[in-house]
Design a protein around this ligand. Structure first.
Ligand code: COA
Ligand code: NAP
Length: 265
């Protein structure tokens, strides 16, 4: 693994639960948290992929990583995943809500169930897992919650009414939970990535032909990397962020400032 600019033990003794940790950006976040000392539980629906990811994360970092298959839309499944962290790893200090669903669809043809499905995974899922983590660990011991958002909803993004509404709700949840739970020693923040290379999100929203067009409009003339988002997460988990509550940090190379929200479409 590449050398980190952070001390390698800043999360030693911490336990993190990462939804969506079996792939993409949240796999990268899990790897980075583990490389800095944390043990982890990763959550997703596809049990086989999750188990393989957990094994690889342990091999790469030398730390324990457990797979807890669960659908974040189902509070009972979520409760079992959180129980697994507490019973098998002894505690839960960090929660990253990264599970999400997205696809391109015009509002004119998107079905009510299509809209609801994305709201349910991103927004209700974020609440469900946060609530379970609060009940089972953080109410008494404090903790850190990071909600993965986006910049889609800063204006209006075509073909993304569902994901934009869902991420707007996620940002609102970040602020509400930060205000309600800060007094209990729980820091709740968000990260809003711009276009990130080598991810499912980008292959769904910016297929190869469109990538060059998009890159030309981004001020830093490239997509972000998974490691760059993981470093923002690590900062938010560290004591260096002790005063940061309720913020959603945009990490996008000034993309949305220059292009407006969405993908410059
Ligand atoms: N265009 C329009 N509607 C779509 C769609 C698309 N590309 N994909 C799914 N839908 C609709 C379905 O038609 C269905 O609505 P209906 O019952 O009215 O027909 C509804 O969304 C639910 O679809 P379903 O496939 O049953 O949902 P699911 O829970 O199995 O999967 C998704 C959720 C659709 C978000 C799926 O793409 C997924 O699992 N994504 C996870 C990975 C991902 O999106 N990564 C990128 C993160 S940014
Ligand atoms: P990804 O690899 O597809 O990650 C999504 C993860 O969520 C998958 O591991 C998936 O696993 C899990 N998931 C989906 N539905 C779930 C459910 N109902 N219950 C439990 N887990 C579920 O995509 P990504 O591009 O890395 O995106 C990661 C996060 O970054 C998302 O929150 C996304 O909105 C955000 N983001 C990405 C970009 C980008 O450029 N890629 C930009 C802005 C924001 P299973 O399929 O196994 O359930």
């Amino acid at each position: 693994m590449a050398e980190s600019i952070f001390r390698s033990d800043i999360l030693l003794g911490k336990v993190a639960l990462v939804t969506g940790g079996g792939s993409g950006i949240c796999y990268g976040i899990t790897k980075t948290l583990m490389a800095h000392g944390a043990e982890a539980v990763i959550v997703g629906r596809k049990a086989d992929r999750l188990a393989a990811a957990a094994e690889e994360l342990t091999r790469l970092t030398g730390r324990k990583c457990l797979a807890a298959p669960a659908d974040v839309r189902d509070p009972a499944q979520v409760a079992s995943a959180v129980d697994k962290a507490v019973s098998e790893l002894g505690k839960l200090d960090i929660l990253v809500n990264g599970a999400a669903g997205n696809f391109l669809a015009p509002a004119a043809t998107l079905s009510p169930n299509g809209f609801r499905t994305v709201m349910d995974i991103d927004a209700c899922g974020t609440f469900n897992v946060s609530r379970a983590a609060f009940d089972k660990a953080m109410r008494d011991n404090g903790g850190i919650i990071i909600n993965i958002s986006a910049t889609l909803h800063y204006g209006a993004t075509p073909l993304q009414v569902h994901a934009s509404a869902a991420k707007a709700a996620v940002d609102s949840i970040t602020r509400s939970l930060a205000a309600e739970w800060a007094g209990l020693g729980i820091r709740v923040n968000g990260i809003a990535p711009g276009p990130i290379d080598d991810t499912e999100g980008m292959s769904r929203l910016a297929p190869p032909g469109f990538k060059e067009q998009l890159t030309a409009k981004i001020p830093i003339k490239r997509f972000g990397t998974i490691d760059e988002i993981a470093n923002v997460a690590l900062f938010l988990c560290s004591d260096a962020a002790s005063l940061v509550h309720g913020a959603t940090i945009v990490a996008d190379g000034a993309a949305w400032l220059a292009m407006g929200p969405g993908l410059g479409t």
